[in-house]
Structure formats: structure tokens, C-alpha cells
Design a protein around this ligand. Sequence first.
Ligand code: 26Q
Length: 835
Amino acid sequence: MTAKKKGSLAAASALAELPSLPMDAPSLRTAFRHYFAYNLGRDKYCRSVYYLYLALALTVRDRLIERWKNTRYTHLESKCKHSYYLSLEFLMGRTLGNAMLNLGMTDAASIALHELGVILEELSDAEHDAGLGNGGLGRLAACFLDSCATLQLPVMGYGIRYEYGMFRQRIDDGKQVEEPDHWLREGNPWEVARPEYTQRVCYGGRSEFYQTCDGRTAVRWVDTKDVLAVPYDVPIPGYRNGTVNTLRLWKAAATDEFDLGEFNAGSYPESVAAKNAAENITMVLYPNDASENGKELRLRQQYFLASASLQDVLARWKALHKNGFNDFASMNCFQLNDTHPSCAVPELMRLLMDEHGLGWDQAWEITSETMAYTNHTLLPEALEKWPVHLFRQLLPRILDIIFEINARYLREVAHRWPGDHERLRRMSIIEEGETPQVRMAYLAVAASFSVNGVAELHSRLLTEGLFRDFYELWPKKFNNKTNGATPRRWLALCNPRLSSLITDTIGDKWIADLSEVLRLSDHAGDAALRERWHSVKRQNKERLAALVKSECGITLSPDALFDVQVKRIHEYKRQLLNVLHIIHLYDRIKRGDTADWTNRCVLIGGKAAPGYFMAKLIIKLINNVAKVINEDDEIGDLLKVVFFPNYRVSALEVICPGTDLSEQISTAGKEASGTSNMKFMMNGALTIGTLDGANIEILEEVGEENFFRFGLDSAQVENLRKHYDPSGTINGDPDLARVIQLLKSSYFNMFEPGIFDPLINSITSPRDPWVTVADFRSYVDTQQLVSQSYRDKDRWSQMSILNTAHSGKFSTDRTIAEYNNEIWKLKPVQPHPIA
Ligand code: 26Q
């Protein structure tokens, strides 16, 4: 280092010692005006609220950054154990409101802006969602980060900075149209690029054996095509505790070789094309789509995340621990969010052996003591498999290591069950066949010290089905961690009215400790509270109705029951069952069967994977049914149906506070957990649900009398398959027969004959995997009970209060405390106070 550089860096460290930034309203106003005028260069002629939003974001960001630095210093100094949450998805949504809530500056900011004639909510609404995830799994990762920071656990998230997030959904003629989501176009104030921590990720080439100077045989991966991974850090503040953790997102960039190599050979366009190919790796988030399985670019993304993140962790470790890797396993843990990042297993082996000179046994000890795997699905089509030939071509060295892991692990299996060749074939990480495949879930299980499902039922079904053999071999690895949702975003932030009422009633400790809400149950009998509770719900329904009006042009009356199903569109989630019920209600109205009617608004929202034909057809059906019903003058306010377009995190923040009834109606045994079920419950919605996923635990917490349970359980579903007879069911149920008849008569597709035949054929087939028709009667009867119950407003409010009161278990603070106590074993770290 030159003397000059040394001097500048010394000055930089002195410059970094700044006094802490004030949080009072006048200081915030000054900072806001400064950013607006001088940093953004806007003035009174500014035409876009986006710059007002940016000015506030920059003001908040400064206050995040100083806490962020303190947290980083404290983690470094305390030499504490760390966990790393590896995930291809972090569905963060908007940041501004959450950051202000967690820093405790919402009121001051609101006052500061008010004095300038600016409305805080309008600014918040100008922020684009960070849609870096498909749905449940990605949003869970985001909630986990919030809880880790709130519990002051040294956990870092590692993910991908997709240029394009989850597609935007437009509805055109009732059909889904996908549009790219270029969420970074206007810049992102919530990230800090750290090119100084760039890593290099290798692809292609071949393995080469060589002799080390101490006479060992070692392997190096040569003739590779490399891509740079540039980190962008996102601050993750805890709830009013001074902690700000880090989410590190990697962006792909071409190496200099791309500029020099091909270019010098005289093929400039090819060189630019190659550069583009490298940068394509982080261009777009893959939708959760069976038709996308096996795509090479997806495997490139997965390895990119695993390799860059592990190199980053190892580089930090080496810089701080001069005596090698002896303590590495006791100081680090990697949590794999499904199998998507499971290349981390062979990659950690490779880095430890090929780059850091460890032998197989020591590398395996470290890998198998640091990896922990979470499974999120039982659906066979969602289990990741990659063709061996693809691995050989793209990641030859990684494939060598997977084969070696498999050989050694199958020796253990053979030792335990001598001569059981069938079992060896079943349990092999390599599935033999015409196209041999790598079974990523088996790789993850074989290498991890912990394997968990995401709800009690799901975890049990894993040990009885998919991982049965593995459970016999290693029973102690398997555990359950029931999902949750962060009460900061999903109650305090999204439902300020209910939050104030809860705080008025039981104090504000619930925000950092959701088990406190149980104290509401002492007040559920208080008529005054019920009245206020009802009035809050009513105002939230008005807010939701206004959103629906502006997004879809449909008028909803807040007097009606708001019945909501929002989630990805998938056959197993059974939006079709919901539609059958809607058509049944319509049929009742048309037949004049409306004595003691309860007006209902049914809102359905969600995206279909672009290649999932049936899911897209379900969207079209919902839209057609909605159009017929909403345009039928005989129906009026008795029944309204809305398909809510472009469902996303920020939409749920308005939808869930305004929901009366939460639809959780998946075929029992198919939904691993569900998490919107928990968000709705916190916000005082009642659930109509099957005994599936976390619904079962919700029912256990709130009690049968405050939950609308219906349908077959998972064992009954499996038994039914053998003799499933939907035609018999339809013929034996006149209500269902009329619904099917209406569908078959093209009543909802007068000018599009036959378009819904695939849906009709599917639910009337004895091979329907989702046994939709089997649950119709029970569903309709239970919906009738819902309608009756809703007519007793006071009793409904009581049930609503009890749902919120018993939602304490479903905070991700509880989930994360369990991950930490049973898997990670980290000590909380309190950062030094701001200087
Ligand atoms: C796989 C291969 C290629 C492209 C995409 C994918 C892919 C992407 C995302 C596969 C699956 C996902 C997401 C799955 C998911 O969200 N699962 C849900 O996880 C929630 C959190 O645990 C559970 O609550 C839900 O029950 C589960 O469906």
C-alpha cells in the first residue's frame, strides 16, 4: 500500500466517526428538504411524488446506515457464531414504512411531512414492491430476516439481485397477461453496492489432477468460463433495538476477459454477446413453474448464489481466523431455503478441498455439521432433479463431488441394510434411467444435520412419505418448524387502526412479543371493545373497497361479508372449489332461494405460472363468472365477485386488514403450511379451512368454535383415491349437479364454446388428484354456517377478537427462536449504542 493511500484510508476511518443523527420532526424535515432540493435537484415544479418518496427514503436510510455500521462492528468484535439464510427468493415488498416503524420514527416523519403539506401514505405508495420471490417461500425468507434482526441474532441473508422480479399480471379479456417487472428502473435507495467484495464464480471446464508440493494428489477446476458476483447489501432493521442486519444480494457481471479475449480475436459482437450471457444469470426471477424445470439458466443461478455466498463467508473467515478451519463448523451454519441453494453442499466441499487444501474427511465433517435444510413441498412435481449430463457440462467438478458423496453415503446405507439393493436404488442421490438425474432433496438430506418441514402435519408426512427411508436411517435429523409471519409488517404496519385498538386494550408489548395478544381474550366479552373492533374492521373494509374500486372499477359494499382467497393459482389450492361455491350462490339467487341471505363479496387474487395452462384457465373462469354475476341486475349487492389483478405483498397489506373470511381450502395433505392463513388470523379474519398445513395448528390455537373447518383430512383423501367417484357424488347432490350443469351449458362462456372443458373434465374425473368435488357438500354447508354466523355481528366480532388473541404462536419471532434454539444455537448480540 502506498503512503498516500494509507493516509487517505486513515482519514476515511476518522471521517466515519459521525455524531448520531437526530430523529425529531424538525430535524427530519430539514434532512428531507435537503435531499429533495440538493441531492435530487427538485423544486416546487416537481410533478412526481416519487421524488418526495426518495427524499424521505434517503433521510431514513442515513439513520439505518449508522445502526448498520454499529451492528457490523459489534458482530466483528464479538467473534460470534453466525447463520446464513441461503435463498433464491426474498420477497421483501416495500421498505420505507417498515424501516420507519422499526426505527421508531413514523410519528416524527409524519409530523415533519404534514408541516410541509405532504401526506406520508402517498409517499409510501410511490414505492415499488421488491418482488424478488414467487410467494410463500420468498415472503417467509423476508419475515425471517425481520425476526432475526428483532431477536438480535447474527444472521445474514444471501440471495440474488434479480434485475426483473416476479412478473406483473394484467388481466385482458379475463386472461392473465405477464409483463416484465423492471423494479430497478428508477433506482433503489435501499441497497449499497459493495464491488470491493466481488467474488468469481466458475462454470464449464474440467477437473485436473495434480501433485501438491507436499506430495498429495489434489484437484483443480480448469478451463472455466468465469462470471463475477458483485454484492449489493440491503439493511434489515430489528424492531427498535439498534440492530441492523444484512441481506446480501448478488448481481452477475462479466469478467475483464470478456472484454479482452474475444475482442482481441477480432469478434467484437461475439464478445459483447458473451458478456451479455454472463450478465443474464441474474436477469430474471424464475416463476414457480413445472414447465421451467431443468432449465440450464436456473441451475446457473442456483450455483451462482451458492458459490458466491460460500466464498464470501470463507473469505471473511480466513481474514479473521489465521489458524484454519478447526472452529469453522462450531461458528457457522447455513440454512438452505428448500433445495434451490443445495449446490452449497458440493460447493463447500470443493472450496474446502480444492481452494483451502483440506482432505475429504475434514471437509465432509465441516459440511455436514454446518448445513441445515428446510423442505417446503410434498408435491412430487416440485421436487428438484437435474439431469446428470447438465451438471457434467456446466459444473463438472461439482458433479465429481456429488458422485463421491453418493458413493460414501450409499456405503452407509448398505452397511445398515446389507443386500437390500432395492433400497440402495431408492435412496441413491442419482436416479438411474434413460436420463439419469441428481435428486437435490436427497443430496440436501444426506449432507445436512437438520431437516425440517414447515408445519406439524407437513413434517410428519415427510417422515412417512418422501423421506421415510432417510428417517429410518437418521431419525434425529428430522424436525418441525412451523412457519410464521412477522407481526411488524403484518399487523403493526399494515393495520394501524387495529394496532392502536390492541395497544389501547393491552399495551404495546405485543409488537415485539406476539404471545401478549392472548391478553385480548380477557376482553373479548367486553361489548365496548367489540363495538370498536367492529368499527375498525369496517373502516379497513372501506379502504379495501376503495382499492378494489380503483383497480377493478367494481363497487363493494362494506356491509357485505368480505370473503377472500389470495395466493398463487394452483389446482391443489382449489380456487375451483371456491368458484363452485360462488356459482352455487348465484344459482340460489336465481332460483329465489334467498331467505335470510347474507350479502357476500368474494375476492380472489393470485398469479398463475406463465406455463401452467390449467391455472391460467382457472383465472379466465373466475373472471368470466365474475362478469356474468356482477352484470346481472337481479344480483345487485347479494353477491359480488372480484378477481384482484397483480396480487403482491403491498396488495395483501390492504387486503388482509379488510377481510372477514380467509379461504384456506387446499386438498388436505398438499399445502405444506400456508402463511397467509396466519396473516389473516392476526388481523382478525375467521378462517374457513381444511385440515391442511398450518390450518390444523390455527384450529388448535383458536378452538373449533372460532374456526370453520370442513372437508376430508389427509388420511381420508388418500383412502378415497382408490374408489373416487365424482360422477356419483354429482348425481347424488342436486346443488352440485346444477353447478356442473351451468358450467357444462357454457353459461359463463357463451361466446367462447368449450373453453372450460379441461377444468370440467378435470374435476369430474375419478383421477382428479385434488378431489375437489368430494369436499363440495361439506364446503357449501360450512359456508352456509359462515353466512349465518356473520349475521350476528356481535358474536362475529367476538370470534374475530379471539382469532387475533390466539395468533401469538404464528409470529416468526417464535419460529426463529425455535430455529435458533434447536438448529443454529446463536447468542443474541446487542450492538454498542450509537456513538
Ligand atoms: C423451482 C424450479 C424452477 C423454477 C422455480 C422453482 C420454484 C420456485 C419457487 C419452486 C418452488 C417455489 C416456491 C415454493 C413455495 O412458495 N412453497 C410454499 O412455501 C411456503 C413457506 O414455507 C409454505 O407456506 C407453502 O405451503 C408452500 O407452498
